[in-house]
Design a protein around this ligand. Structure first.
Ligand SMILES: [Zn+2]
Length: 422
């Protein structure tokens, strides 16, 4: 995923500390003395994948009311009100991070409540993350007051903004759950600390209707009129956007989290990805929260992105596998403004790497590595995961993290939730 999209057979990557020192062929084995040599055993070494949009802790509610039209009001909002506290967010985040790491995600972007708990979980488990504290115009699990997220976010940003793994951010939930004054305040905070601003944009059809009726604008035009769109802004979804909206978004150089799996499952619509890519916008892939997207890995998303957009455009040549892999790695890094650090296997970049094994039945034969990864691989083919130079997954097992304990705790909580809703 470097500029030349180089592919090296029998490649060797040298890691020193948290960074990549050299990339090349077997001759590097002679040139360097290593404390540890990991033999890829014929696997595929690739850049770690980037999940550009999720709500990790919501994994505790996964598979609840999936196919119901009123699930937001019937399940999500009441359960969040009743149950979401620091402990739930800490537990859910750990569980979700385990799922992401085990599936080759080395960086994720999150927006939820008690984001400090997500940061602590991410830091403890060693994954890289962009974490946005949610701001909404009603009392939320971590604030008795409307817009309490703003004050929480400022403290949160102060605490984490120099961390090497965590990029703190501010995340107004959506244009329609924040008034214009508070959106500007959030943008001012993003500017003051030079941190990302994450938001759901143009995701709902009634959202489009609201801005049409109230301002005769699209949601994108409305946000631009407030002056909040810039290269720190990360927009999730962007389903209902016109070509004029894309002109604005391209000019403002915003990052895009494309969540096709969640969008398709909700029957919402297909974002104009072909046009976004043609304009070379910063597009990455996202799973969305586990109540919307159910799985947190990006391998599933790659396959969906390819197939849905080929089908939508009735063109099998569109979005070749190499371009899809680009979105899953360096594209996601660009969307999060982390592309100087991660997203490709190049000297001086951080060592965020994944090895897919090729011995499983679904992985052979291989005539084209990109097609194998995008169309044949699944999350369980991920064998080894390295983040910031540290091996976190080896032979499909966590090296440091006690998953069975977290799983036990999640089972106890889900039993409680089952009694509550029955
Ligand atoms: Zn979302």
């Amino acid at each position: 995923m470097n500029q030349e999209k180089e592919l090296i057979e029998n490649g060797v990557v040298v890691i020193s500390g948290d960074a990549i020192e050299a990339v090349g062929g077997p001759e590097l084995l002679e040139r360097y003395q290593a404390n540890e040599v990991i033999d890829g055993q014929g696997g595929i070494l690739m850049p770690g994948m980037v999940n550009t949009h999720t709500h990790a802790a919501m994994v505790v509610f996964r598979s609840l009311g999936d196919d119901l039209p009123d699930r937001l009001k019937r399940y999500i909002l009441p359960l969040e009100k009743k149950l979401v506290d620091q402990n739930l967010v800490a537990l859910g985040s750990k569980y979700a991070i385990a799922e992401m790491l085990a599936s080759g995600v080395t960086t994720f972007a999150d927006m939820y409540y008690f984001e400090d708990e997500v940061a602590k979980a991410a830091k403890e488990m060693g994954i890289r993350a962009v974490l946005g504290e949610t701001v909404v115009d009603f009392p939320s699990p971590d604030s008795k007051e409307a817009y309490g997220g703003l004050a929480y976010a400022e403290q949160f940003i102060e605490k984490w903004h120099e961390d090497d793994l965590i990029t703190p951010a501010i995340a107004p939930h959506a244009p329609y759950t924040n008034d214009s004054m508070h959106l500007k305040k959030a943008a001012a905070l993003s500017e003051k600390y030079d941190v990302p601003m994450i938001m759901h944009v143009a995701e709902m059809d009634d959202e489009v209707q609201k801005y049409k009726t109230e301002y005769n604008m699209t949601p994108v035009q409305y946000l631009d009129s407030l002056g909040v769109l810039n290269d720190r802004f990360i927009a999730a979804h962007l389903i209902y956007v016109s070509m004029e909206d894309l002109d604005i978004l391209e000019k403002r150089q915003i990052g895009i989290a494309h969540n096709i799996g969640a969008n398709a499952k909700a029957g919402k619509g297909v974002p104009p990805l072909k046009e976004m890519v043609k304009r070379k916008m910063k597009v990455g892939l996202g799973s969305d929260g586990p109540m919307s997207g159910n799985t947190l890995d990006i391998i599933t998303q790659m396959s969906l992105v390819a197939k849905i957009h080929k089908l939508f455009n009735r063109d099998r040549t569109l979005f070749p596998a190499m371009d899809i892999l680009e979105m899953a790695t360096i594209g996601g890094a660009r969307a999060l403004n982390l592309d100087k650090l991660i997203g490709s296997i190049e000297p001086s970049k951080k060592a965020d790497l994944v090895i897919l094994e090729t011995s499983s039945v679904n992985m052979q034969p291989i005539y084209d590595y990109y097609a194998t990864i995008v169309y044949a691989a699944n999350a369980s083919n991920v064998d080894t995961v390295i983040v910031n130079g540290k091996v976190l997954l080896r032979n499909k097992c966590f090296t440091k993290f006690d998953f069975s304990k977290t799983r036990e705790e999640l089972m106890v909580l889900s039993k409680e939730i089952k009694t509550m809703i029955s």
